[in-house]
Design a protein around this ligand. Structure first.
Ligand code: ARG
Length: 563
C-alpha cells in the first residue's frame, strides 16, 4: 500500500457515513515541504457535510484517527498533516523488495494481451537517422514497461523497403555503381548513388522518367528489378543489424512496407464497397473532412499505392494476426497527421478497434539547434556516434578505475547506455541537442551517473559481505533514509504512470531521483558504522540498488556491478 492509500483508509474509517473511500483519496494532497509531513488532507471539503469550521473538523478528525500507521498527525489550520510511521513503511518496502527483487512493481494488468509496437522502421538504402534511433530506444523501453505490467509486446520493424526511391537506386546503380562498392559499404554507397541521382536529375530530368519506369517494373515483379531490390534490402539490413546489436534491441518481425504489397487490394475493395473512395483528378481519395483532416490519398492517378495504403493493410494484418489489446506506433511527431488519417479511415471502415491504436510521437534530435537532414548526404552516422561514446566511457573508466576487470564490456555498457539514457530522460516530445561529451559525463543527470551510483552501492554491499535475508525485518526511522524509502515505495506507481503515458522518461527521472537521494544518504550517514541499525542500512542499500537496476533495465541499459 502506498502512503496515500494508508491515510485514505484511516480517514475513511472515521468519515465512512459521509464520504466514500474514493472521494477521500481524491482529496489527499502531497505537501509542498517535508516539514508538512508525507500526506495532507484539506478538511474544508467537509465543512458543508458537518456544518462546522474546517479547523474544528480537522482537530476532531485528528483525535479520532487511531492506529500505529502514523508518527504524528498535525493540525495546521484546516489541514491535517500526516507523518507516516517510518519504521513501519521502511520495513514493509524493504521487505517487499527483498522478497520480490526485480519483480517489485510487476503486475498483471495487461492480462497477457498482445501489443505490437511499430518501432525503428528505417528506410532501406539510407542510413538509420537519429529519429530512427529515438524510435528504436523509446519503442524498446515501452516494450519492457508494458511487459512489466503484464502485456506481451511484439517488436515490429516496419522497414521502409518499398517506394519510388528504389527506381532511382536501380538507375543510379546501373549508371554509376558497382557490386563491389555496395558489398564493401552498402549504406554509404547506396546513399551516394541516391544523392548523385538527385544531383544529376537537376540537369537531366529524363532520369526521373527512367526511375519511374524501373519502379513500375519492380511493382510488376520483373526479375532483374526484384533481384536488385532484394539485394539492396539484404545488404542494408546487415548494416542496420550492427546498430541493433550494439543497442541490444531485437525484433519479432521485420515485415516492412513491401510485405503488404499483396494485401492492399483487399483494403481498396473494402473502401469501394463502403463507398468511401472518391475520384479526384484521377487519384482515389477518402474524404476526411468530418474529422477536420485532409483527404487520405489511397491511390495515385497512375495506380500506385501509397504509404498510408500500406499502413492500412498493416493495421488490419496486425489485428488479425495478433488480435492486439493495443497497437502502438513509435514514430516522429512530424507524422502525427498521417496517423490521425490512418485511424480515421479505419474508423470509417467500421473497425472499432482503431481506437486501440496509439501513435506515440517524439521530438527531434538537433545539433547546434538545427535539424539533421539526409537529403544532401549530410548525415550523422549512428554507428560512429555509438563507437565514440564507448571510447569516451572507456577513457573515463581508465582514469577512475584502471584495474577494472572486464573493462571493455563495462565501457560498452556505459557508453551505449549513455546514449540511450540521454534519449530517454526528457519528455519524448521535447526536441534536444546532442553533444556527445555531455551525454557520457559521469556527473549530472546522465546514464553513467546512475550506473555509477548502482556500482557504488554494490561495492558497499561487497565490502560489508552483506546478503539480504527475506525472513528478517529491516526498519529505519531517520530522515535521511526516509527520502530513499519514499522513492522506492513509489516505484510501482512510477511504472504504471510510464505505461499509461507511454513515457520512458518517467522511469529515467525516477532513476535519477533515486540515485541523487542515495548519494545524499551516503554523504550524510555512516552506512558501515557498527551499531544495531547497520543491517537495516545495508538492506536499504540493497533495495536501492535493486530498484535502480530495474529502472535501468526498463530503459534498456545494463547496471554493471563495478565500474
Ligand atoms: N519508414 C518510415 C520513416 O522513416 C517510418 C515508418 C513508421 N511506421 C509506420 N507504420 N508508418 O519515416
Amino acid at each position: 500500500m502506498n502512503n496515500k492509500e494508508i491515510v485514505a483508509k484511516a480517514i475513511f474509517e472515521v468519515v465512512k457515513e459521509d464520504l466514500s473511500l474514493e472521494t477521500v483519496t481524491q482529496l489527499l494532497e502531497n505537501p509542498k515541504s517535508v516539514d508538512h509531513g508525507d500526506v495532507a488532507f484539506p478538511a474544508f471539503s467537509l465543512a458543508k457535510v458537518y456544518r462546522k469550521a474546517p479547523q474544528q473538523i480537522a482537530a476532531d478528525l485528528a483525535e479520532k484517527i487511531a492506529g500505529t500507521d502514523f508518527e504524528k498527525i498535525e493540525v495546521v489550520g484546516p489541514y491535517l498533516n500526516f507523518f507516516m510511521n517510518k519504521k513501519m513503511v521502511s520495513q514493509a518496502v524493504i521487505g517487499q523488495i527483498a522478497k520480490e527483487k526485480g519483480h517489485y512493481g510487476d503486475s498483471s494488468i495487461g492480462g497477457k494481451g498482445n501489443v505490437p509496437i511499430d518501432m525503428s522502421s528505417p528506410n532501406i538504402a539510407k542510413p538509420i537517422s537519429m529519429g530512427h534511433l529515438r524510435s528504436t530506444v523509446i519503442g524498446n523501453s515501452i516494450a519492457f514497461i508494458l511487459e512489466k505490467i503484464g502485456y506481451t509486446p511484439i517488436r515490429i520493424n516496419h522497414l521502409g523497403d518499398w517506394g519510388t526511391q528504389f527506381g532511382k537506386l536501380i538507375v543510379g546503380y546501373k549508371k554509376w555503381g558497382s557490386e563491389e562498392a555496395v558489398k564493401t559499404a552498402p549504406i554509404t554507397e547506396l546513399l551516394r548513388l541516391y544523392v548523385q541521382f538527385h544531383e544529376e536529375a537537376e540537369t537531366q530530368p529524363e532520369l526521373e522518367e527512367e526511375a519511374r519506369a524501373w519502379f513500375k517494373k519492380l511493382e510488376e515483379g520483373d526479375v532483374e528489378a526484384t533481384e536488385l531490390w532484394q539485394w539492396f534490402r539484404t545488404e542494408s539490413l546487415k548494416e542496420f543489424d550492427k546498430i541493433y546489436s550494439m543497442l541490444e534491441v531485437s525484433f519479432d518481425s521485420y515485415n516492412g512496407e513491401a510485405f503488404y504489397n499483396d494485401k492492399m487490394d483487399e483494403i481498396v475493395t473494402m473502401l469501394e464497397e463502403k463507398h468511401l473512395l472518391q475520384e479526384n483528378q484521377g487519384a482515389e481519395i477518402v474524404d476526411l473532412s468530418a474529422y477536420e483532416l485532409n483527404p487520405a490519398l489511397i491511390k495515385k492517378s497512375d495506380g500506385a499505392t501509397l504509404y498510408i495504403t500500406r499502413d492500412l493493410a498493416a493495421a488490419v494484418y496486425r489485428k488479425r494476426n495478433y488480435d492486439f489489446a493495443k497497437s502502438i506506433y513509435v514514430v516522429g511527431n512530424e507524422q502525427s497527421n498521417h496517423f490521425k488519417q490512418l485511424k480515421a479511415v479505419l474508423n470509417e471502415l467500421g473497425f472499432d478497434w482503431s481506437k486501440d491504436m496509439h501513435h506515440v510521437p517524439f521530438g527531434l534530435i538537433t545539433q547546434g539547434g538545427k535539424k539533421l537532414s539526409t537529403r544532401k548526404g549530410k548525415i550523422v552516422l549512428l554507428e560512429e556516434v555509438l563507437n565514440e561514446a564507448v571510447e569516451l566511457a572507456n577513457n573515463q573508466i581508465m582514469e577512475k578505475n584502471p584495474d577494472l576487470p572486464d573493462r571493455e564490456e563495462v565501457a560498452r555498457q556505459v557508453g551505449i547506455g549513455s546514449v540511450i539514457f540521454h534519449d530517454l530522460k526528457n519528455d519524448r516530445l521535447n526536441n534536444f541537442d546532442f553533444v556527445l561529451e555531455e551525454v557520457v559525463r559521469f556527473e549530472g543527470e546522465t546514464g553513467p551517473y546512475v550506473q555509477y551510483t548502482h556500482a557504488r552501492a554494490m561495492s558497499i554491499l561487497r565490502k560489508a559481505n552483506f546478503t539480504i535475508d527475506e525472513t528478517k525485518e529491516y526498519a529505519l526511522d531517520d530522515k535521511e533514509s526516509w527520502e530513499v524509502v519514499k522513492l522506492l515505495q513509489k516505484f510501482p506507481d512510477i511504472v504504471l504512470q510510464a505505461a499509461e503515458k507511454y513515457e520512458p522518461s518517467v522511469i529515467a527521472k525516477h532513476a535519477i531521483q533515486v540515485a541523487q537521494a542515495f548519494n545524499k544518504y551516503y554523504a550524510h550517514v555512516k552506512i558501515l558504522a557498527e551499531d544495531e541499525q547497520k543491517e537495516s542500512r545495508l538492506a536499504l542499500v540493497y533495495a536501492m540498488a535493486t530498484i535502480i537496476k530495474e529502472d535501468l533495465r526498463l530503459l534498456g541499459l545494463h547496471a554493471p556491478n563495478e565500474m
